[in-house]
Design a protein around this ligand. Structure first.
Ligand code: FES
Length: 139
């Protein structure tokens, strides 16, 4: 029976580099393949059934950001609840008719305008449409 020759250092180096290269190619292929798969996008429209409104307001989420819909004497309005100072989540306070920010005391009126505190701009207003038995909010 013929003897199998011992692998040389050159052979070992060659196999090591070949294995490393194959692993690198597989890893890059995995990354490229994963990025080619479309990711689900958060909805750009939210529906709030009119029956779900409590005390003339409702809170939901649009593209991962909470918002509040208010029914005012002038009609429905919706605002993103991301504070314009440092993006803390503000909350509608029906008793004072203001959006209150828990982080630095920012306050906004029912029209989203800054009333007090450090926020540099009003709350972002969202589009509201009447869809029969629900309100559709787009932003
Ligand atoms: S994050 Fe709202 S006042 Fe600072």
């Amino acid at each position: 029976m013929p003897e199998t020759p011992e692998p040389s250092r050159r052979d070992l180096l060659h196999w090591t580099l070949a294995a490393w290269g194959a692993g690198a190619v597989a890893g890059i292929g995995g990354i490229l393949g994963a990025s080619a798969v479309p990711r689900p996008q958060p909805p750009t429209t939210a529906r709030i059934p009119k029956a779900d409104l409590k005390d003339g307001s409702a809170t939901a989420s649009l593209r991962g950001t909470p918002f509040t819909l208010l029914i005012t004497p002038a009609g429905p309005v919706a605002f993103s609840l991301a504070c314009t100072h440092a993006r803390c989540v503000v909350a509608w306070n029906a008793a004072s008719s203001e959006f209150l920010c828990p982080c630095h005391g920012g306050r906004f009126d029912a029209a989203g305008r800054v009333v007090a505190g450090p926020p540099p701009a009003p709350l972002r207003r969202l589009e509201v449409a009447d869809a029969g038995d629900a309100w559709e909010i787009r932003g």
